[in-house]
Design a protein around this ligand. Structure first.
Ligand code: GBH
Length: 480
């Protein structure tokens, strides 16, 4: 704390919303019960257990499918205004297509939504948080342009069934993670591991799918349902590693590659991918002998169709990296987005660590990112849809409290000193959960979950009480 100085003493405005988040595969369990179909995370964890720490999976997870009533009571105790959770596509549509709707899936989410509303907790729904139907993946998943049709059909089922009560929709959680790690790499399902091609193709189709769902809502549901719909993107803040101009440019360029890749087509006034990205991918593709750029082209119609498909900017932010310029690289091995960007990253060894190697505590990076967003995309309302800290799951989680204290202070700085239009803040996560490749070893929850207990007993951590106090006081200064 001392190196950071004083906490921002300001209050969060009266209409500012606080919440918590989760995702279906990470908490629900009941992977093959009540008519749910198989998704790519079921397949990935079952066929490649060696890829997951301790060979665990989400078969049971927190068992929220059976324990949602208790969960809502725990959420209520925090005093949050909203709960952000995701729908399991194959719980609703077992093979992904809207040809067959699973009534138990609809019933489960109806019960959850109704119970939240009864408790004055606003449901914020992520339509897709990484669990693609296995059937659709076998048809190519996000490498198949028809995914836009299938996603639109799924979105229609969801709006028709839940849109009378759900007023905030998120089409996709973190397209970058899906495409870069699931298609470019193999760190996430489906694990194509075709960097520099499949990742760009995935993003291209995914952004079209997002726009289709947005326009569907806009044209056919908005007038009677009166909700909002957008997308959630994640990024580190990219701090130049030195004061040299080329490192400063490299940091900007990396932000264009990692964040602008998705954000520019939606939020910028011209739409389309960032120019610097088009230029760099085309140039390197040519050097590699490709006939055309590995970055696909949007037609003019597509640019206009995707541009402006938002009602807010959903941001997941956890940490910061230092960015360095790469002067020249010979052509070797597989192409990749990182090679295309001609940047590399590193960490400042003085930054405090967490349990996750990628998550360092750098609150000022949060402020800088928010100010950058305001300058890049205007006064768009920003919802912080995730922010959180990883540890071993201790109940007296002082480091988590400290992280949120500092990041909330950095957020207040952005709002009060720099007038960034932030409307909501969300802690990842409601409770400890299945952390993808990290299994159950890395914990983000405000509630501890005992995964050795068949009942998956939940226990509030110190941070749950801290968050409750912050929300009640609507400030962080003087809260301990
Ligand atoms: C969130 O993504 C997810 O939405 C959520 O499901 C997940 O449980 C939560 O994080 C906690 O992990 O520098 O190459 O090591 C966070 C996105 C994940 C983006 C880690 C950066 C680091 C990649 N971040 N990633 S690397």
């Amino acid at each position: 704390l001392s190196s950071y100085g004083r906490l921002n003493p300001n209050k969060f405005p009266d209409d500012f919303l606080f919440g918590i988040a989760s995702a279906s595969y990470q908490i629900e369990g009941a992977w093959n019960l009540s008519g749910k179909g198989e998704n790519i995370w079921d397949r990935y964890t079952h066929t490649h257990p060696e890829l997951i720490l301790n060979r665990t999976n989400g078969d049971i997870a927190c068992n929220s499918y059976h324990r949602y009533e208790e969960d809502v009571a725990l959420i209520k105790k925090l005093g949050v205004q909203f709960y952000r959770f995701s729908l399991s596509w194959t719980r609703i549509l077992p093979i992904g297509f809207s040809s067959k709707i699973n009534p138990d899936g609809i019933r489960y989410y109806n019960n959850l939504i109704n119970l939240l509303m009864k408790n004055d907790i606003i449901p914020i729904i992520t339509i897709f948080h990484w669990d693609t139907p296995q059937h659709l993946e076998e048809l190519g998943g996000f490498t198949n342009a028809l995914m836009a049709n299938w996603f639109e059909d799924y979105a229609r089922v969801v709006f028709e069934n839940f849109g009378d009560r759900v007023k905030v929709w998120i089409t996709f959680n973190e397209p970058k993670e899906i495409c870069l790690k699931g298609y470019g790499g193999d760190e996430k399902a489906p694990g194509y591991n075709l960097s520099g091609t499949a990742d760009y193709i995935c993003a291209h189709n995914l952004m079209k799918a997002h726009a289709r769902a947005y326009h569907l809502y806009d044209k056919q549901f908005r007038s009677k349902q009166n909700g909002q719909i957008s997308i959630v993107m994640d990024t580190f803040w990219m701090e130049p590693a030195t004061n040299l101009t080329w490192d400063k440019k490299a940091a900007e360029r990396r932000l264009a590659f990692i964040f602008g890749w998705y954000a520019h087509p939606v939020y910028s006034s011209n739409g389309d991918y960032p120019d610097v990205m088009k230029k760099y991918v085309a140039r390197r593709s040519k050097r590699e002998g490709f006939k055309r750029s590995r970055l696909p082209n949007f037609t003019k119609e597509e640019v206009n169709y995707i541009k402006g498909t938002y009602d807010f900017l959903g941001l997941n932010h956890y940490s910061t990296v230092l960015t360095k310029n790469v002067l020249f690289e010979p052509i070797f091995g597989k192409p990749s987005v990182e090679k295309d960007s001609m940047t590399v990253t590193e960490y400042d060894p003085s930054w405090p660590n967490s349990k996750a190697s990628w998550l360092k505590v750098v609150p000022w990076g949060f402020t800088k990112l928010l100010v950058w967003l305001k300058n890049a995309y205007g006064n768009v309302p920003i919802y912080i849809t995730e922010n959180g800290f990883a540890d071993d799951g201790e109940i007296d989680d002082k480091d988590r409290i400290n992280y949120h204290k500092l990041y909330l202070s950095a957020l207040l700085d952005a709002m009060h000193k720099y007038k960034v239009n932030v409307k909501a803040y969300t802690i990842w996560s409601f409770m400890d959960d299945f952390e993808w490749r990290d299994g159950y070893m890395t914990r983000f929850g405000l509630y501890h979950v005992d995964f050795n207990d068949p009942g998956r007993n939940r226990t509030p951590k110190a941070s749950a009480e801290y968050y409750r106090k912050v929300i009640a006081a609507r400030k962080i200064d003087g809260i301990d």
